[in-house]
Design a protein around this ligand. Structure first.
Ligand SMILES: [Mg+2]
Length: 180
């Protein structure tokens, strides 16, 4: 882990990109006889993503997985369908596409991942974050390693810190009532 305080980077973050398995989930995948792959998401993470989309922070999902339930879950939280990259084998071009479409520099985007395919993006993102149970290789390259494990409010921990420094971590109930 770099030996500087990651908090100096919180101010420049204007958008988020996330891996899914092991970040929004504990990594478990229930494989059914029908071939469906089922995942459990954390409602506290869900609310934090909703806060991002309500406050106008672009959110990308960049996953190697492919499942209509992933699309449903994140669209339901206000993430745009075009910002959900599934079956991502090389995550850097997808991350850069997201940055380009929003006119963002990579330094302005936080990325959260837990496993080896995430490392190239973690190295270019403005703030790299890992859950407590990420693999050691990922923790080694991240600016911030949360005390929270994947699927247990890790994403919320990251989002909350960024939105708080921008004074956006509060609920506008009128806006909330009009969404979704
Ligand atoms: Mg993962």
């Amino acid at each position: 882990m770099p030996n500087y305080n990651y908090k100096v980077n919180l101010h420049r973050i204007r958008a988020f990109a996330f891996d899914v398995d092991g970040v929004f989930t504990d990594g478990s995948i229930l494989s059914t006889a029908d071939g469906d792959l089922l995942r459990t998401f954390d409602s506290k993470d869900g609310f934090a993503v909703r806060m991002c989309t309500m406050k106008g922070y672009p959110v990308a999902i960049i996953t190697g997985g492919v499942s209509q339930s992933i699309v449903h879950r994140f669209k339901g939280l206000g993430v745009k369908e075009e910002d959900i990259y599934q079956k991502s084998r090389d995550k850097v071009p997808d991350f850069m596409d997201f940055c380009t479409r929003y006119g963002l520099q990579p330094e302005e985007v936080a990325f959260a991942g837990d496993d080896i395919p995430d490392i190239p993006v973690l190295k270019v993102a403005g703030l790299s974050a890992a859950p407590a149970d990420a693999v050691p290789e990922v923790k080694d390259v991240c600016d911030y390693v949360s005390l929270r494990p994947g699927g247990r409010a890790f994403a919320r921990d990251l989002i909350e810190q960024v939105l708080k420094v921008h004074e956006d971590w509060y609920l506008d109930t009128e806006v909330f009532a009009k969404t979704f």
